[in-house]
Design a protein around this ligand. Structure first.
Ligand code: FE2
Length: 427
């Protein structure tokens, strides 16, 4: 007896719909027709079935704090967001943190996100958010993989307590070393913070994920420092550069030097199109810069590029429901990536590529892998991005965690009712 049988699933690597048999949390068979008894059956009905969405860049400590904020981020800049977060932090309690983070996870899971790498601010002396998110990582592990990044938000060198606090957070069990070199006082201090944090990660055998050059400054140079330290310390493949927005403004000749350095370091790159479209270019008049890193060029250089959501309803971003299809959708527009191959690549950037950056094991719809998948409305990744419909089924280890009805409207014209489902059959 199977635990779960998913019928008529369209998969990326198969020409015709398949059935997927799941037992003991694993996929045991994928074939055009499987005749076996199952405790539960999900009929995908010819819809596209994907491995779960992965949000490789998020801030769970600040999420859903929008309505409790003492004021709003009126300038819409990153720096006002950081200042607002500093004002907000002392008002938080462990209980509030946990309630907000847990509510966000109910949204994430319903949207088919089953792995999240979240940065957690380590500059708060009590490390309350660290403690809360460590508890939540354990409490929710049946449903979602949480990876925590120690993030010295006020600057590893700029904040006198940050070094000690970051060490403490790692001792408590935080998974990844973070940083924010562009927020240090000088370019030299930024480079020094990158060196110290990469050494810390190397000593502890941890991965690195740094907010790096999240500015419009064409002369910011912390990505090259990160690439240098990665190679010097033998951390290739274990380091992620997040945001990297200054790359949009850098001189093209310099970029032609930087991309090979990043490729040599096997660096993962994360672009956050929803949030950086809002935050960047705020000091520009016209024309205004888009503020996103050079995704096409990074991909062409062989670098693993991922897309992240970054924020939902917090000091940096006033919208969102934690939907990675929305992230890919914005990416297509803002990055000028509307070619068929490009749109498919941006779908990969919120699934397989992000799973690779996080080092997730058993990820993918293959025999022997985890029975984790999401049934999407649409026949392929591009239609799923276009519709951004509810996730028809979210499955983890062979258990259905969420179900939704497809996007549809009842249309009443001239007294006749028809159903509109926004799909396009050929005429
Ligand atoms: Fe971020």
């Amino acid at each position: 007896m199977l635990d779960l049988l998913v019928r008529q699933a369209i998969l990326n690597d198969r020409p015709t719909p398949c059935d997927i048999a799941c037992k003991d949390g694993r996929i045991i068979e994928i074939a055009p027709r499987i005749d076996a008894e199952a405790r539960e059956i999900v009929d995908a009905g010819g819809c596209f079935v994907t491995p779960p969405f992965v949000d490789v860049h998020f801030h769970m400590d600040a999420t859903l704090s929008l309505h409790g904020q003492p004021r709003r981020n009126e300038s819409g800049t990153l720096l006002e967001g950081i200042a607002l977060w500093s004002d907000l932090k002392p008002q938080q309690t462990a209980e509030k943190f946990k309630q907000r983070a847990k509510k966000l996870l109910t949204w994430s899971i319903s949207r088919g996100i089953l792995a999240i790498r979240t940065h957690v601010d380590t500059c708060d002396p009590s490390l309350m958010a660290v403690q809360v998110l460590l508890e939540l990582r354990e409490e929710m592990k049946t449903y979602v993989d949480l990876q925590l990044v120690a993030f010295p938000q006020d600057g590893y060198l700029r904040d006198p307590k940050a070094m000690e606090q970051t060490q403490k957070a790692l001792d408590m069990g935080v998974d990844v070393v973070g940083g924010i070199p562009h927020f240090e006082r000088t370019m030299a201090q930024g480079a020094e913070s990158v060196r110290l944090l990469c050494e810390l990660a190397a000593e502890r055998g941890l991965m690195v994920d740094m907010h790096c050059d999240e500015s419009d400054d064409p002369l910011s140079r912390h990505v090259e420092s990160l690439a240098l330290e990665t190679v010097r310390l033998g951390l290739q493949g274990r380091v992620t550069g997040s945001h990297l927005t200054s790359m949009h403004s850098m001189d093209n000749y310099y970029i032609s030097k930087l991309l090979p350095l990043m490729a040599e370091a096997q660096m993962h790159a994360v672009c956050n199109p929803l949030v950086n479209m809002v935050l960047q270019g705020r000091h520009d008049t016209y024309p205004k810069r888009r503020g996103l890193t050079r995704v096409k060029e990074l991909l062409a250089a062989g670098i693993n590029v991922c897309l992240g959501h970054d924020d939902v309803l917090d000091p940096w971003y006033p919208l969102g429901t934690h939907d990675m299809l929305e992230v890919a959708h914005m990416g297509i527009h803002a990055l000028h990536m509307s070619g068929i191959g490009e749109m498919n690549e941006l779908f990969n950037a919120v699934t397989t590529r992000s799973a690779a950056a996080m080092g997730l094991e058993g990820y993918g719809i293959q025999e022997g892998f985890n029975a984790d998948m999401v049934v999407l409305q649409g026949r392929d990744p591009i239609e799923a991005i276009r519709l951004r419909g509810p996730r028809l089924a979210v499955i983890r280890r062979g258990q259905v965690l969420a179900r939704s009805a497809p996007l549809a409207s009842e249309l009443i014209l001239d007294g006749e009712t028809t159903t509109v489902d926004f799909t396009l059959d050929s005429f």
